[in-house]
Design a protein around this ligand. Structure first.
Ligand code: DI6
Ligand code: FE
Length: 406
């Protein structure tokens, strides 16, 4: 079934720029874009549907390329306690922090996790997200990591949403491996990853490279294992200190290195050479009241593609809005609105290994787009909150949020 979507302007994001087409039309054939261009030169089409977009601006569907949106419980109680003066160390000492999310996630049934994760995903979708990544990493044992990844697969199977599942078993040390990080990494490499990859639950492998998590040597073991299994890697790197995890990621041709506040220019050069995307996470920067800004000028100078994501997680970035990250990327990191929009479309697609099929409005790509009630694309970064979207189209069909809610 072909449909002509007309009476709109398009910021196609082809080539990482707005690449604007005024008075545009989009011809979709099923789930693909068959043609896009100025409506005056639209191809002759006989019998097809027509949708009047009423002067809206159209962009590619937004892509949230870094989320941890499957988790049990939340940490709003800890947030409140900390603001009342209880220290992070006190909370950690009584088993709070990430350990409490691991406990809650292990205890939750797959169905219960699916229901809460679905609510979070649908919230993002309402704002225009048509593809997102889900990381595991709150299970930290084979059965619980499997449960998280299965929920990610189920989200993709049941919602009009493209979901990439990333195994982040090397996120934190589970309590049963206290003081035995190398043994845990051996368990991840020898048992967890081979089983989960074999079961088809893993699109990429991630790790947290930091003094409070895993060393570069431990991460490298995980990367070698992922490569042997034929799965691409990503890395949480340089969030709190400079360990050059991003250079290590580049050596393993990682899809992305994420956070990057403390990265160096040499790290940027390594990432540029390997085509590794820099995924910036302003929500975590903001919640942690971080002051070290990622080296945006070095990333620009060396042409490292920049993406932006929510990092939606219960500890450091309870961010239920990707569009808010556009504003934060501009305000906190001084990205331009055009860079910010590229960061949640074409570059986010690259960070998920989806660039050839998603992230821009071009013939042959997925018919995933959003029609916005705005007069200029910069408004997407400018307004703080508010419902600017008019229609969300995924796979050539308008998303029916009332049906999804039922
Ligand atoms: N970096 C972070 O900031 C989060 N995970 C990560 O790798 C923290 C996750 C949490 O506190 O639950
Ligand atoms: Fe993260």
């Amino acid at each position: 079934m072909k449909t002509l979507w007309h009476h709109c302007h398009a910021a196609t994001m082809a080539g990482g720029k707005y690449s604007i087409i005024e008075d545009a039309a989009i011809l979709t054939d099923g789930a693909r874009i068959e043609w896009i261009g100025p409506s005056a030169s639209a191809p002759e089409i006989g019998d097809c549907g027509r949708v009047d977009l009423e002067g809206a601006w159209v962009t590619p569907g937004l892509i949230d390329c870094h989320t941890h949106l499957v988790f049990g419980g939340d940490r709003s109680g800890e947030f409140e306690e900390r603001l009342e003066g209880v220290s992070y160390a006190q909370i950690a000492a009584r088993g709070g922090g990430i350990a409490s999310t691991v406990r809650a996630t292990r205890e939750a049934s797959e169905d219960a996790l699916f229901e809460v994760a679905k609510k979070r995903a649908v919230g993002l979708m309402r704002e225009g997200v048509t593809a997102l990544e889900v990381k595991s990493g709150y299970g930290l044992d084979l059965a619980s990591e499997r449960k998280m990844l299965a929920v990610a697969r189920r989200l993709g199977d049941t919602l009009p949403l493209t979901v990439r599942a990333t195994c982040l078993a090397a996120h934190a040390l589970p309590p049963e491996y206290a003081n035995r990080a190398d043994d845990y990494i051996a368990y991840v490499c020898d048992e967890m990853l081979p089983a989960l990859v074999e079961e088809g639950l893993v699109d990429a492998v991630d790790a947290f490279c930091e003094h409070i998590a895993f060393s570069t040597q431990q991460v490298e073991r995980v990367f070698r294992c992922a490569h042997e299994l034929g799965v691409p890697v990503k890395l949480h790197a340089e969030q709190l200190s400079s360990l050059h995890g991003s250079s290590l990621a580049a050596r393993y041709r990682a899809l992305s290195a994420d956070h990057l506040e403390y990265m160096t220019e040499d790290d940027a050069i390594a990432m540029a050479q390997s085509g590794t995307v820099a995924v910036l996470l302003p929500g975590a920067f903001y919640m942690l009241r971080e002051t070290q800004v990622p080296p945006i000028d070095a990333l620009r100078r060396h042409r490292v593609p920049i993406a932006l994501a929510s990092d939606l997680n219960p500890g450091t970035s309870p961010a239920l809005s990707l569009r808010m990250m556009l504003n934060m990327g501009c305000t906190l990191f001084r990205l331009t609105p055009e860079e910010a929009l590229a960061g949640v479309t074409i570059n986010a697609a690259s960070a998920l290994g989806l660039r050839s099929t998603h992230g821009s409005l071009e013939a042959g790509k997925a018919a995933d787009f959003v029609a916005w009630r705005i007069d200029r694309p910069a408004e997407l970064s400018y307004w703080l909150g508010g419902a600017l979207q008019n229609r969300v189209v995924r796979g050539g069909a308008e998303t029916d949020f009332e049906r999804i809610a039922r």
